[in-house]
Design a protein around this ligand. Structure first.
Ligand code: BGC
Length: 813
């Protein structure tokens, strides 16, 4: 549990509701109406993955042959070799399921790769690389015998810039995150591995994410725990922001969705019938299974009825329930069916939901056994021989006879490429690319190698690079290429003299840089960092270890200071307009090839093409919407922890645009070593003549992703982009839509609804076409409870960032 931070305390109560929109009223907006019963799956195909009906038939036949206890064992985590396990059922030849984190690597395994984080992936704005990353991750999971990949992440979305896990996901923009979810899932599942979209839903902070014992049991002994924070979100915001990317995930045919730790409008995510039965299985037509986050289940029958299909980690040492009760599911669920509390038909649907993706992805056909070196939880090097599960898993043929299988293949090539593609150049006064400099300095504690071992996943550390962040989204490295190492290799080839200081304490002491680095080199590369991890929100948006002071000190002494930040999200960088700071590159969390990726960009072997997947504001208080609730005021109020999402739709650039606030570096922005132009005349065409106003005809049965009419292309927008510079580069033209006034107060000024990435040689010109689906033009109508296209004039903006709009047009509906 993160302590109350000063910043969080400042934010408390400082958030006004959206100007002009109805005033915030928790009692009216933050409701979670009951939705029962839990919808049965139908086997409807997803847009990107067909064959569900045939797989459902196989699952039905399989489940029909099981006893009640066996069905329940498919729904209850068990001890085993992986971070989550479904036990084998040897009687029917079922070898069990091995679930592993996720989301950027097979977390604890040996001889596996560590890919760029979701944040870096989003910053690439490159659909092909997103998909290939998913495919390679899937291949590595498969090679290690893990059927279930615990990723990708669309929650947290990034409401708060301080949230510890934003980097595991993609971007606070739901459209960009939706695309990244879809591509990642298609990639992973193409290898026959199940993806788990997590964490559903409105899980936007680490602070108070789990219940905590009350302090004063003597006064109110009946109150054992303060419940997890309640994310209080009104209906339109739930749909247009937080559900949006999960709709893409369901449409892509994701096998599973993990419910989150927090409550939503008062009700635990894994026990919330509105979000699981209503939105996920109802509106979105989700056909797979819901899975609890680890210890996120807080009730048995209530969770089952609300739509939870599988509890994790289940019946082993740490699913705390009632004294003497091993799991909320397990024997308790069997009992609940036997005494008539839960209908067996519900358990049948749960079991079919678990087994359908298994058959659909061919996991019954020759899936590799679990590699003993893929790491049990917590960190075990090898299976402990006395583990009582080992015998049954081995007897079931679920364990690979070979361990330390090398699954990395040639994946480092993609990691290097995507690592570079996810770096965003936000300032360049001609300092970059470097061209065989005579001498350089490399300074800052993020330049050197990791110091605490190759699996140092849960605590911030002073010296050493941060290829990725901490927590369950971290990973064990086989190999890390630190920036200094890669720069030295390059310098050797170029004949460049390299001086370095990696100690920030020395760098900020007077003379620390000046007295050591002489002569002053042609370029000073400063590597500064900011840690982020599951389990704790960031204390501030400052760089760690006096990173800002380090930059100031170097800039005082070196007129060509090039700053590289290594961070899991937004930072305050007060030195950005300092005249001696000649270039700024945001390196994010690029994975194991960090050094090579950054050298590629700094030296121009790769022309930077990343774009900001968030907004960089001037100061911390500009992010006031990044509200994280404070510590509890009344220790005996079980319901004390509340987070009111009063900003509604206005997070990240939606906020800065709505209130017309200036920011130094806006969403979508990023520089290249070349220049691009976009012709001011764009073509906007309806796909058909029929009216699309209002609500589309409803569907009679569930379709993954929701009503297919929402996904129909209704308009196309065509623009022309040209490389006007001297080198080949990749442009990222972006399409933003401004909804008509009838969309209501509090509607964002404009929203990303299309992007593409194209490579252009000098002088080359290409036409790009964006397609707008009906959903892209719709709002969630809280009255009709449908997506609806508002009437009026739609603004069409095409440009190179959310504020660098080069061409405008409009159409009316
Ligand atoms: C995290 C999940 C993760 C699980 C298993 C939880 O604490 O929230 O994202 O998949 O642990 O490690």
């Amino acid at each position: 549990m993160a302590p109350l931070t000063t910043l969080a305390a400042l934010f408390l109560g400082a958030v006004a509701s959206v100007e002009g929109a109805q005033d915030w009223d928790s009692a009216a907006f933050a409701t979670s109406p009951p939705v029962y019963p839990s919808p049965n799956m139908t086997g409807a195909d997803a847009a990107s993955l067909s064959g569900w009906a045939a797989a459902l038939e196989k699952a039905e036949a399989f489940v029909a042959n099981l006893t009640l206890e066996e069905k329940v064992s498919l729904l209850t985590g068990a001890p085993g070799p992986c971070v989550g396990n479904i036990a084998p059922i040897p009687r029917v030849g079922f070898k069990g399921l091995c679930l592993q984190d996720g989301p950027l690597a097979i977390r604890q395994a040996t001889y596996a790769s560590v890919f760029p984080a979701g944040l870096s992936t989003a910053a690439s704005w490159d659909r092909d690389l997103m998909k290939l990353r998913g495919q390679y991750i899937g291949e590595e999971f498969r090679g290690k015998g893990s059927q279930v990949y615990l990723g990708p992440v669309a929650g947290p979305l990034g409401r708060s810039a301080l949230a510890g896990r934003n980097w595991e996901g993609f971007s606070p923009d739901p459209y960009l995150t939706g695309v990244a979810m879809e591509e990642s899932i298609i990639g992973v599942q193409s290898t026959g591995v199940q993806a788990v979209a997590k964490h559903w839903i409105a899980y936007e902070q680490e602070t108070q994410r789990n219940p905590e014992d009350t302090f004063d049991k003597d006064t109110i002994p009946s109150v054992d725990q303060i419940m997890s924070v309640s994310s209080n979100v009104e209906d339109r915001t739930i749909h247009e922001l937080y559900t949006w990317p999960f709709a893409n995930a369901v449409r892509a045919g994701v096998a599973s969705v993990m419910c989150s730790y927090n409550r939503i409008n008062g009700s635990y995510a894994c026990q919330n019938s509105k979000t699981m039965n209503g939105i996920l299985k109802g509106e979105l037509g989700f056909q797979g299974y819901t899975m609890s986050d680890w210890m996120g289940t807080h009730g048995g029958v209530a969770s089952v009825e609300a739509g939870l299909d599988q509890t994790m980690p289940g019946a082993w040492n740490w699913e705390p329930t009632l004294p003497g009760v091993p799991s909320w599911f397990g024997g308790n669920l069997t009992k609940a069916v036997e005494n008539g509390t839960v209908a067996e038909s519900r358990v049948d649907d749960m079991a079919k939901r678990v087994m359908t993706p298994f058959y659909l992805l061919g996991q019954d056909e020759g899936f590799p056994g679990v590699d003993a070196s893929s790491g049990a939880y917590p960190m075990n090097n090898q299976f402990e021989p006395e583990s009582d599960w080992l015998e049954s898993w081995t007897a079931a043929g679920a364990i690979n006879t070979e361990s330390n299988v090398d699954v990395r293949s040639n994946h480092s090539k993609l990691i290097r490429e995507l690592g570079a593609a996810g770096m965003v150049l936000i300032k360049n006064n001609g300092a970059l690319p470097l061209s065989k400099p005579k001498d350089i300095a490399v300074v800052g504690n993020a330049a050197g190698d990791v110091q605490n071992g190759l699996y140092y996943h849960d605590v911030n550390y002073e010296p050493g690079v941060l290829p990725v962040g901490g927590g369950s989204g971290s990973a064990r490295f086989e190999n890390v290429v630190a920036p200094l190492e890669a720069i030295k290799a390059r310098a050797k080839a170029d004949g460049t003299h390299v001086q370095y200081i990696l100690n920030n304490t020395r760098l900020v002491t007077p003379g620390g840089f000046h007295d050591m680095i002489y002569p002053v080199p042609e370029a000073c590369l400063v590597f500064v960092k900011a840690w982020a991890s599951e389990g704790a929100d960031r204390d501030s948006l400052e760089l760690d270890w006096q990173g800002n002071e380090v930059v100031e000190q170097v800039a005082q002494n070196c007129s060509n200071t090039i700053v590289i930040t290594n961070s899991g999200g937004q930072n305050v960088i007060p030195w950005h307009s300092h005249p001696n700071v000649t270039a700024i590159l945001l390196a994010h969390f690029p994975g194991e090839e960090f050094g090579n990726s950054v050298v590629d960009v700094l030296y121009g072997d790769v022309n930077p093409s990343g774009r900001l997947p968030y907004t960089l504001a001037e100061k911390e208080s500009d992010y006031y919407f990044a509200n994280i609730t404070s510590s509890v005021s009344n220790p005996n109020d079980t319901n004390a922890w509340q987070a009111d999402f009063t900003e509604r739709l206005l997070i990240d650039y939606r906020h800065f645009d709505y209130y017309n606030l200036s920011v130094p570096y806006e969403f979508g922005f990023g520089l290249s070593y070349t220049n691009f132009s976009l012709s001011p005349s764009i073509t906007v065409k309806p796909v058909s003549n029929s009216s699309i106003a209002g609500v589309p005809a409803p569907t009679t049965s569930a379709v993954p992703g929701g009503n297919p009419a929402l996904w129909e292309d209704v308009y196309t927008v065509t623009a022309t982009v040209k490389n006007t510079g001297a080198v080949t580069g990749k442009a990222v033209p972006q399409l933003y839509i401004q909804l008509p006034a009838s969309a209501g107060e509090g509607t964002p000024v404009k929203q990303l609804r299309g992007f593409t990435k194209i490579e252009l040689t000098p002088g080359e010109e290409k036409t790009v076409t964006f397609t707008l689906a009906r959903r892209d033009l719709s709002i969630w109508d809280v009255v009709s409870q449908e997506w609806s296209v508002p009437s009026g004039t739609f603004g069409v903006h095409v440009g190179f960032s959310s504020r660098d709009i080069k061409a405008k047009s409009s159409f009316s509906i």
